[in-house]
Design a protein around this ligand. Structure first.
Ligand code: GDP
Ligand code: MN
Length: 388
């Protein structure tokens, strides 16, 4: 789960990460008032989940409350297009107005889980700011890393080494070490999957603080953090993924043309591979999980077919615990109560597979029944090509 910058800053502040003071505004007048209260130069920042807002015109440094009001009125309601949004951009509902910082240096600090090493890695770079992706691509040696042992956690010497890597000097080193330790503590305590401070700045006054903050949380750990779950902003998520999560279905949007209904993530992977192999690609996959009753299948169909990219649907279900004849009855009942206007291929395998196939074939409904996965994939790809 992603959250907004201002929310990330509020979370990080509770762990002792230094962030500028600020306030949230939904109208230009509120932005003006916050700027008045803060005094002096302020920064008006669009709050959307995507990064790269600076490049898209979503971050404005202004000198007084009147300019803050103007900047907020320019930014609020705009469809902000950044390298990380879709081509249509993302609508800005509120802006974060924070006190301006005199920047001396822009640095980068990030923490991610390195799955290959099964360890957290802290990354630091002196080349922080809006072009960090380019730095990573062209001069990766400018990004320094510390690998954290899960048994002992971040060790003081590692935090000091990172602070040195960042080119901090004198009292800044102490501030840097405290910053890195606080960010690490926040990452672990809130079950992050990513924490990124870009830029981490050294101000002209010599203070080290977070000008931007990005936190992503591990969805599987969110049940432990109701306070964080409350920060979710579903307006920033794919509407079909949100709908699926309401039905406890796992739905992932992809960019091909075959809608996939499967049970289990492994089968989803295999299904997508074989669709690719047969010459098309998945528009999405929807994992209906273990219990495949009529209601779930109906909800799944609804979500799959409201995805405009879907030109044909493949149902590929393995009956392990759940029996194929029951799945088939569920599918038939669901299809009798709704209309689907794209071709459908169904393949059920596992316990009572043959009984399942018979139920499907005798239903009188219009779809293709496949026994083998290869046959199912070829059938659905042929249907896609036929529709095109
Ligand atoms: P992003 O583009 O979505 O990553 O948004 P950021 O919050 O990182 O802001 C983009 C850029 O705006 C930063 O890299 C800074 O250069 C600049 N910026 C942000 N806050 C301030 C500030 O308080 N003072 C000044 N001078 N620049 C700022
Ligand atoms: Mn940034």
């Amino acid at each position: 789960m992603k959250i907004h910058e201002y929310q990330a800053k509020e979370v990080l502040k509770t762990f002792g990460v230094p962030v500028p003071k600020g306030g949230l505004a939904t109208t230009p007048e509120e932005a003006e008032q916050i700027a008045k209260d803060l005094g002096g130069t302020v920064v008006v920042k669009a709050q959307i989940h995507a990064g790269g807002r600076g490049k898209g015109g979503g971050v404005k440094v202004v000198k007084n409350p009147e300019e803050a009001k103007q900047a907020a009125s320019d930014i609020l309601g705009m469809d902000l297009i950044t390298p990380q949004t879709g081509p249509g951009g993302q609508k800005v509902k509120f802006v974060w107005v924070e006190e301006g910082t005199d920047i001396d240096r822009e640095l980068y600090l990030g923490i991610v889980l390195d799955r290959a090493q099964s360890r957290l890695v802290i990354m630091a770079s002196q080349a922080g700011g809006m072009n960090i992706e380019e730095v990573a691509a062209t001069t990766p040696e400018k990004i320094l890393k510390e690998v954290i042992h899960p048994g002992v956690g971040l060790l003081p010497f590692q935090a000091r080494r990172l602070a040195m890597d960042l080119g901090l000097e004198g009292d800044q080193i102490k501030q840097g070490v405290a910053f890195i330790s606080a960010l690490y503590k926040a990452y672990v305590a809130t079950d992050c999957s990513l924490a990124e401070i870009n830029p981490l700045v050294v101000s002209k006054q010599g203070d080290v603080l977070a000008l931007d903050a990005k936190l992503n949380f591990d969805d599987n750990a969110l049940y432990r953090h109701p306070d964080l779950l409350a920060l979710r902003d579903t307006d920033e998520e794919d509407p079909l993924e949100v709908e699926a999560s309401e039905f406890a279905l796992n739905y992932i949007k992809l960019d091909g043309e075959v809608g996939c209904m499967v049970n289990g993530a492994g089968l989803a992977m295999a299904t997508m591979d074989i669709i690719k192999h047969a010459g098309s690609s998945p528009a999405n996959f929807l994992d209906v999980g273990g219990g495949t009753n009529v209601e779930r299948v109906k909800n799944a169909f609804q979500i799959l077919t409201s995805d405009k990219d879907v030109k044909a649907v493949l149902i590929n279900i393995f009956g392990g615990i759940v029996r194929c004849d029951l799945v088939a009855e569920g599918v038939v009942a669901a299809l009798k109560s709704m209309t689907i206007d794209v071709p459908l291929v169904i393949r059920l395998q596992g316990t009572n597979a043959e009984e399942g196939a018979k139920i499907l074939e005798n239903s009188g409904l219009e779809f293709t029944v496949a026994r083998r996965l290869q046959e199912a994939a070829e059938g659905v790809v042929k249907a896609v090509k036929g529709a095109a």
